[in-house]
Write a protein that binds this ligand. Structure first.
Ligand code: NI
Length: 226
């Protein structure tokens, strides 16, 4: 499932992010690419331990944990602290699949990359190209969103970023290990949750609200942490 989360970051968040990223020390993105990805990756990244990455990463992680759409769709168990990249001057990232497992720096824990997320930090008018192309079960999806918006997609997808031919494209990206590893099950739970929310808004006293909520939690109990 591909989920667009509008306005994950506020205008103030974005202003803070842009100021920090402007002064940050970027490094060649190939230093963190896997063996096969190295040949197709041409961008810059912030070192994971840079103060800008840590400060902004905490901000984005905090916003995610307050986003009902993210919580409902990703059902997060844990996540990799948000990372940051910049594409400019024909920079691109050819077709690749992300590593299945990422360590969480400074801990003994790892994250299985069930869900991937990109948070757009540049507005589409600021650059040409730089579309995130995701091979979904329903074909190829092209994603280029307003600054502050995010897209959540299955970590199992092949994906790429097309060359940036004008301007610069700043983004944050991260991976989530979900309570529910399978994308199709997360999709069912998300659809059920959305329907329960809509029903309880329109008919708060309808007895089906409790029954459906019970079904939701029983499915989550059955499918989580397996
Ligand atoms: Ni990737």
């Amino acid at each position: 499932m591909l989920l667009h989360i509008p306005s994950l970051l506020s205008a103030d968040d974005l202003q803070q992010a842009r100021a920090l990223l402007e002064d940050a020390q970027w490094q060649d993105g190939r230093s963190t690419a896997g063996h096969r990805a190295q040949g197709v990756k041409r961008n810059q990244q912030l070192p994971i331990d840079s103060p800008a990455a840590q400060q902004l990463g905490a901000l984005i992680a905090g916003r995610l944990m307050q986003s009902p759409a993210f919580l409902s769709a990703a059902l997060p168990l844990r996540m990799v602290p948000p990372r940051f990249n910049r594409y400019e001057g024909e920079g691109e990232y050819g077709n690749h699949v992300d590593n299945a497992i990422f360590p969480i720096p400074g801990t003994a824990q790892s994250v299985r990359t069930d869900c991937s997320m990109t948070v757009f930090l540049s507005d589409p008018e600021e650059y040409d190209g730089g579309e995130l192309i995701i091979q979904d079960t329903f074909g190829q999806q092209e994603v280029k969103l307003p600054a502050g918006d995010a897209v959540l997609y299955p970590g199992t997808s092949l994906h790429r970023v097309t060359p940036v031919t004008r301007g610069a494209r700043l983004a944050s990206f991260l991976w989530v290990q979900s309570l529910v590893p399978q994308d199709h099950r997360r999709r069912l739970l998300y659809d059920l949750d959305q329907s329960i929310q809509a029903l309880s808004a329109d008919h708060p006293d309808h007895e089906s609200v409790d029954n459906l909520t019970n079904v939701y939690h029983n499915l989550l109990r059955e499918w989580s942490l397996t």
